[in-house]
Design a protein. Sequence first.
Length: 349
Amino acid sequence: MRPPSSVREFEAAARARLDPAHYDYFAGGAGEEVTLRANEAAFGRLALLPRVLGGAAKPELGVTLLGDRAAAPVLVAPTAFHRLAHPEGEKATARAAAAAETIMIVSMASTVAVGDVAAAAPGARLWFQLYVQPDPAFTELLVRRAEEAGCGALVVTADSPVRGRRDRDERHGFHDLPTGLCCENMRDETGRVRPIEFSPAISWEHVDRLRDMTSLPIVLKGVLHPADARRALGHGVSALIVSNHGGRQLDTVPAAVEALPGVVEAVAGTVPVLLDGGVRRGTDVLKAMALGASAVGVGRPVVWGLAADGERGVRRVLDLLRAEVEDALTLCGARSVHDLGADLVLRPC
Ligand SMILES: Cc1cc2nc3c(=O)[nH]c(=O)nc-3n(C[C@H](O)[C@H](O)[C@H](O)COP(=O)(O)O)c2cc1C
Ligand SMILES: CCCCCCC(=O)C(=O)O
């Protein structure tokens, strides 16, 4: 059978393979899923206004982020529970990311321990995503594990002081991993697996404590408000990710790409600004970069690739997006992803 030739087709293939409760966990969002839909729809409302006769035979796609090189400006966003999608789980995802020469942000809620992910994918450029735990000693243990695994950055998720309310999970009664799977990073020194806890009282002081705890660059994920972006600069943050958690946390917040220009303006080039949420096509990547993103992350597209065809599926999704970015750049008359400006995008009035 013909392999899927778009993220959309990968989603259909994944859906056909996954247990419906697991598909809904991956696909779903919070509340009425207004933001979930908005993330994709907002890209559709932005029109590209290409230039002509300015192309290059081979446009430049590579980006360097916090010292890590990616062959294309499309990173693997952190997503939990990859072994629900494929038995090889995060090992397969990391191998595919390494083969595609991009950065994978490993979720703290991964079903393979971050050290084992690193060992399974030599050469992979890994960053580690952290939910600050109410127990500071356990948070520190997680940071040390990320450092020992060779991760290049600590991605602190700021949009989840509590878990979003997701009706699809309620309908299926999906609240936990099935027997045999667990969040492997959550083992304490005795080997016991702790539950992931959310920290309703998470604050800027936690970011300061992390800044004192590690020399890894800290990336703050889940920033939407320009004032928070400005404030982050005073707390030693090395990059920001404009994200609404794929519409899974607070419903009815703006689409990620709608929030992007305000954050980009607020930080005024002092730190890289990344975006995730709703990126499904190379043209979405160009729009985000034209509006000031240094790169984008993809969450569900990677999970669809993994569920559809394991490592090969993730590789194909990443390769497809890369090829689409290359074509879109050429069609826009741009020689490099670094040459894109806001004049490439017509925003609706
Ligand atoms: C199934 C799933 C699990 C996720 N798990 C995490 C996580 O563990 N940590 C985190 O910071 N974000 C998590 N996210 C949010 C993603 O990092 C990212 O913000 C979002 O998926 C981007 O939207 P997209 O799926 O439209 O690309 C998760 C998203 C999904 C869909
Ligand atoms: C109790 C485990 C929580 C994992 C959260 C993963 C996540 O962020 C998501 O959106 O789902």
